[in-house]
Design a protein around this ligand. Structure first.
Ligand code: FES
Ligand code: MG
Length: 590
């Protein structure tokens, strides 16, 4: 767009307001001290933020430090002025007690930056799990032109001729270690082989799932999610993304025009087709609530449950991110889903194209990796929502319910999709690690492992711990997985068919706090129910006996987080924050 026709931009309120010369001078002068000129700052060219999530503490996203040079080149070539700034580090693999605690913190910080600084648009650099929802939640709240640039997955990992995927290999390797098939050195060699290059997890874990959903929502350029970090196309995508955000500012193309209810429904459909992470429901619900779209677990079941699994990536399948990219990535998935009329074609994307147009343009995918909906890897691969006599909601990821689980549990009682098991109850991950190998628990293949105290309030942020491994003695006998249930989450890289994200959690008075080791639990997937076979009087007695003890917070943020966070079923949001999209629209940016 020619500069002369450009409307007055938000940043000019800071940099070019002759009626407030004193303030304008203050705003302008300090940006000049590193070489920007007054002419640039008062030119009316869009000021584009680059929300930098990479750092030495965030290795999955560290590559964005280099990519920013290409993003800035794109911004400059399109007539904008880039300004890079840091986002609180979000590092899934190293943050204690859990990176989930940081999603809402990074969100809060980014909202303040976008709201309080002279920016007209923003490039959201994403990658590791929580970076995508945190950035999108903030862009939604402020409703400023925003575009997602993923850093991309690592190259495929290989060990002794086999693909090894980050995260997923851990669950496999810990069984080999427990069974005595490998030692510590072998364990380290096998697991670290999964990380062969820069980039985020190469499995269809939370990182690749959420970046793919950002693309399905329409918030990144087509093809952005899957390009491996180490490929030259990643730098080219950074350049194209930088160029595009400048035009988006001129077009005033804001998240609220893209993040519609239909866009979220598309993302849910894509999630099922991908075999996406069990963290996607809370993250997507959180993004929706921050843009003012009503989205709940019922939408996940209604829209996503019957959608088939067509992407053959770990943990539900065999391949990894690099193969997914070469097979066609998200546009190829949209192509298949559009052909089956499973997505809303008219949804707008940051590219200016609709989802339908992107699907049309996508070439025929590599069929080893991306199947047709007619011959999928699995039918009905979405999330189901369960409820019962001791909780309101929990989810189960059907794409990882495999033949072994079906055979061992789901046909055990004669009634299909139903089983009963003896509960072994742990109060948080520390208790699980301390007692799982205790022989007095007499854990066998007729047990269900229960963990509580792992929800948003109980283990602030909510721990990824529900996919508990059986005792080593059982693993040595060949029982490598047991049914599990809990008020926490599990890693998106896990293939465990757990009953997850149980809400309300024990720490806020949820009935899971009343369970005791030895209780019988009945799971009926047809009825979508999980009930404890204990009568109501006994449950009342247990309820009267006292409430669940929550460990003290360790930091000020944990304390503040606990006071304001909601349950996983509604996105684990800071509840007062979910109203602010409308508040900012009313009161305006400063
Ligand atoms: Fe960062 Fe998996 S640990 S992407
Ligand atoms: Mg994780």
């Amino acid at each position: 767009m020619p500069q002369s026709t450009v409307r007055r931009l938000r940043s000019q309120e800071w940099f070019d307001d002759p009626s407030h010369a004193d303030m304008t001078a203050l705003y302008v002068e300090r940006f000049m001290n590193y070489g920007l000129t007054r002419e640039e700052l008062q030119s009316g060219r869009p000021i584009i933020g680059i929300a930098q999530t990479g750092s030495d503490l965030a290795p999955c996203n560290r590559h964005h430090i280099e990519l920013a040079a290409r993003t800035k080149a794109g911004i400059r070539d399109a007539g904008g002025i880039p300004m890079e700034f840091p986002v609180h580090p979000l590092a899934e693999q190293s943050r204690r007690p859990t990176a989930a605690l940081d999603r809402n913190l990074a969100y809060l910080g980014l909202v303040e930056i976008l709201h309080g600084f002279p920016l007209d648009g923003v490039v959201l650099t994403t990658g590791c799990d929580k970076t995508t929802p945190a950035c999108l939640m903030a862009a939604a709240t402020v409703d400023m032109p925003a575009i997602v640039l993923s850093g991309g997955p690592m190259l495929d990992g290989w060990h002794q001729g086999k693909r090894v995927g980050s995260g997923t290999v851990i669950w496999h390797a810990r069984n080999l270690l427990a069974a005595g098939d490998i030692d510590y050195e072998g364990f380290m060699a096998l697991t670290t082989a999964s990380s062969p290059s820069i980039g985020h997890c190469n499995t269809m874990g939370t990182a690749l799932s959420m970046n793919s959903l950002a693309e399905a929502l329409g918030m990144s350029l087509p093809g952005c999610a899957s390009i491996p970090a180490a490929y030259r196309e990643r730098g080219q995508m950074a350049y194209a993304t930088g160029k595009r955000i400048v035009d988006m500012v001129h077009e005033d193309l804001k998240p609220s025009r893209i993040l519609t209810k239909q866009a979220f429904e598309n993302a849910i459909v894509v999630a099922s087709a991908l075999g996406a992470s069990s963290n996607c429901p809370p993250h997507l619900i959180a993004i929706a609530r921050h843009i003012g779209v009503e989205l709940g677990l019922d939408d996940w079941q209604r829209v996503g449950e019957q959608v088939p699994l067509i992407v053959n990536c770990m943990p539900a399948g065999e391949y990894l991110g690099e193969s997914f990219h070469r097979a066609g990535g998200v546009p190829a998935v949209l192509r298949e889903l559009a052909r089956a009329n499973l997505v809303h074609r008219a949804c707008l994307t940051v590219s200016g194209q609709t989802i339908g147009e992107i699907a049309e343009d996508a070439p025929e995918p590599d069929r080893d990796v991306i199947k047709t909906t007619g011959e999928p890897l699995k039918h009905g691969a979405g999330f189901i929502v369960l409820s019962g006599n001791f909780f309101d909601s929990a989810i189960m990821k059907m794409s990882v319910v495999g033949d072994a689980f079906r055979k061992t549990y789901l046909s055990q009682s004669g009634a299909e999709n139903t089983f009963e098991a003896r509960a072994i109850v742990f109060d948080g991950p520390e208790d699980y690690h301390a007692r799982i190998d205790d022989p007095s628990l007499e854990i066998d293949e007729h047990c269900i492992l229960v963990i509580r105290g792992a929800g948003t309030v109980g283990y602030p942020g909510s721990a990824e711990v529900v996919n508990m491994a059986p005792p080593a003695a059982l693993v040595r006998q060949g029982v490598v997985s047991l049914p599990t249930l809990g008020d926490g989450r599990q890693s998106g890289t896990s293939a465990s068919p757990s009953i997850l994200n149980m809400s309300p959690e024990a720490a806020v008075g949820g009935g899971i706090a009343l369970l005791r080791t030895g209780d019988r639990i009945r799971v009926d997937l047809n009825a979508r129910s999980v009930n404890v076979l204990v009568d109501e009087e006994e449950l009342s007695r247990r309820r009267a006996a006292g409430s669940f003890e929550v460990p003290l917070a360790q930091t000020p943020w944990q304390e503040l987080y606990r006071q304001t966070v909601g349950q996983l079923s509604t996105g684990g949001c800071l509840e007062p924050a979910t109203l602010y999209m409308k508040v900012i629209a009313e009161r305006g940016n400063p």
